[in-house]
Design a protein around this ligand. Sequence first.
Ligand SMILES: O=c1[nH]c(=O)c2ncn([C@@H]3O[C@H](COP(=O)(O)OP(=O)(O)OP(=O)(O)O)[C@@H](O)[C@H]3O)c2[nH]1
Ligand SMILES: [Mg+2]
Length: 201
Amino acid sequence: MKSVLIATKNKGKAKEFEQMFQPLGFEVKTLLDFEEIEDVEENGATFEENATIKAETISKKTGQVVVADDSGLIVDALKGAPGIYSARYAGLEKNDEANIDKVLKELNDTPEAERTARFYCALAVAFPDRETMTVHGTCEGMILRERRGHNGFGYDPIFFVKDLGKSMAELDPEQKNQISHRANALKNLEKILSSFIEGVD
Ligand SMILES: O=c1[nH]c(=O)c2ncn([C@@H]3O[C@H](COP(=O)(O)OP(=O)(O)OP(=O)(O)O)[C@@H](O)[C@H]3O)c2[nH]1
Ligand SMILES: [Mg+2]
């Protein structure tokens, strides 16, 4: 079976990549399978820069084609925060519950109409022998006043997907993987990779 290495230690992302790559005939490996590989410092200024840093660092270390995901929540009323700091918004220990509490508190006085937000996902593919490619995908929504649902990860319980009338955490994994920022980025990646993805193993 063909395999693809995703440079992530995030269990929620790893699961979604497994679900999305499986139908394409790929086995997914992540950094959760390589515990000896240390965290890569994400010191870029954009999602694309951080995804590139993660993909290129791990590709150099392993000699393989590597995909990395840098993603986050952009809240308009918070001038784009938490943005690239989404994982560590409430502190370096990366606590999803504390991150949600912080966003809810900051939006306490924000009326419904101004609670617009989007998830953003940048994917970078680094190769041993050619230039890195990046693509992105987004998903529009609103920030709820309280948590709804238990699926997904991160900010999913407070992210309301208007078209479906549900929070992201109320969607089945299959539904999230059709409409999410990550799914949309992957669709864009498939478009540019389809010509030579056959050769990735
Ligand atoms: O509710 C959510 N649904 C999602 O689908 C989603 N995707 C990203 N996020 C948030 O953005 C951070 C990524 O930050 P990030 O790209 O640096 O990843 P990370 O540090 O968790 O892992 P790694 O991939 O870097 O190893 C995550 O931790 C989450 O807080 C999401 N929240
Ligand atoms: Mg990270």
